[in-house]
Design a binder for this molecule. Structure first.
Ligand code: HEC
Length: 186
């Protein structure tokens, strides 16, 4: 499971690195092919062409599915943390481990939404507003990353009040984005 997710995250980072265009695209694509990761190269092609063929659309759908799965992983980590922090004596080892998972995945959010992976392409909880307001969405992603890092830092200490407070801020950063950019029912 972990390997699959790491591979996924790698492919997505590669994708986001490609969005700048130019030589980097070629390098990233060459790298994708060199590592045998043809799926990510195909997704890259799919998201760069507006008139996607069915095969390219399939790749976009694969990315959307992976994106959703990684969010589920963030959600699970958050659930463990919330459960522990509600307890009188939280298991700090578990809190730290899951804080680490969230902090590792948070910076990747921004790269998960290339053009061509919205609700017009397939079933997704991502609203079209993401692509209409890219700057605000990027700001929400940055807030999330900062809150996740602050939470990880707090979790690595022993000050429970500070850990709980940083956890509250992290939860607010999830909600700030979900309120605007995620479908409630999908
Ligand atoms: C910058 C925006 C943003 C932030 C920040 C964010 N999310 Fe999400 N989240 C989304 C979007 C958009 C989706 C829908 C993705 C999809 O279906 O492809 C989503 C989906 C999810 C899902 C999948 C299940 C569902 O209801 O769609 C979970 C679980 C989740 N997020 C949890 C979290 C948690 C927990 C945090 C904070 C620790 C968080 N998210 C932070 C935008 C965000």
């Amino acid at each position: 499971m972990r390997n699959v997710l790491l591979a996924t995250a790698g492919a997505l980072v590669l994708l986001s690195a490609c969005n700048g265009g130019g030589a980097d695209d070629n390098n990233a694509l060459a790298e994708a092919n060199a590592t045998g990761n043809e799926a990510s190269a195909a997704i890259e092609n799919a998201v760069q062409q507006s008139n996607a063929t069915p095969v390219q659309k399939e790749q976009a759908l694969a990315l959307m599915k992976e994106r959703h799965e990684v969010y589920e992983r963030i959600g699970k980590a958050m659930k463990v943390v919330s459960r522990e922090l509600k307890a009188g004596t939280p298991d700090l080892a578990q809190v730290r481990q899951n804080a680490g998972t969230i902090a590792e995945l948070a910076p990747k959010v921004q790269g998960w939404f290339p053009a061509g992976t919205g609700p017009d392409v397939g079933k997704t909880g991502a609203k079209a507003e993401i692509w209409a307001k890219p700057e605000d969405f990027a700001a929400k992603s940055r807030d999330f990353t900062q809150a996740a890092q602050a939470f990880q830092t707090a979790a690595n200490g022993n000050d429970l009040a500070a850990i709980r407070s940083a956890h509250g801020n992290l939860g607010k950063s999830c909600k700030a984005c979900h309120d605007l950019y995620r479908e409630d029912d999908h």
